[in-house]
Design a binder for this molecule. Sequence first.
Ligand code: SF4
Length: 218
Amino acid sequence: MKTKQQISHILQEIARMYPDIRTELRYETPFQFLIAVILSAQTTDRQVNKTTPPLFARVREAEDIMKLSLPELEKMVSSVNFYRNKAKFISQSGEKLVREFGGIIPNDLKSIQSLPWVGVKTAKVVLGVLYDAPYVGVDTHVHRVMNRIGIVKTKTPEETDKILEKKLTREQKMIIHHPLVLFGRYHCTARKPKCSICPIREMCDFGSKRLISERKSV
Ligand code: SF4
């Protein structure tokens, strides 16, 4: 397991690799961001960004979704996976936001998780991006990276989320959320992690083991 000092150093290095990046999803209003996050489950951000412009031309705020019928909405998002369910959740979320929150995305975990389909990861991503809240949204990338490095030893993203919640400081969560997702998506990838050019290799359990075996084979 890593010391607090090592964790701090590792997170700073990762943050340095992706400065000033909040999200790759394109949106203009908070409700549009919620829609984009819902659409992005099991779908790439690139595909979501291709899908949303015609929808966002008609839907800016939560109340706008009520002017679209479900079949219309389904048609507009039909290029993403599980579009029928996602259209239903978007529609229900918009209605609930208007009915219970004055059309505003709530700024606390419990309220935002009361929206249809919004689980802890989605809630943390939305709060992190929209309100700069100190949360790390643990997706499969973050879960994999944290385990490879050795900051956690867990079997599921849910377990990783619980441990990171306790282990990281508020400041660390604020600086690391967005860089960590991109680090997992583009650098420490599932199939071919870029260990040979990784700035934290010496401190990473997986990377340093690879390094030792590479040296032995020379
Ligand atoms: S050394 Fe390799 S496994 Fe470790 S964080 Fe870097 S890319 Fe990922």
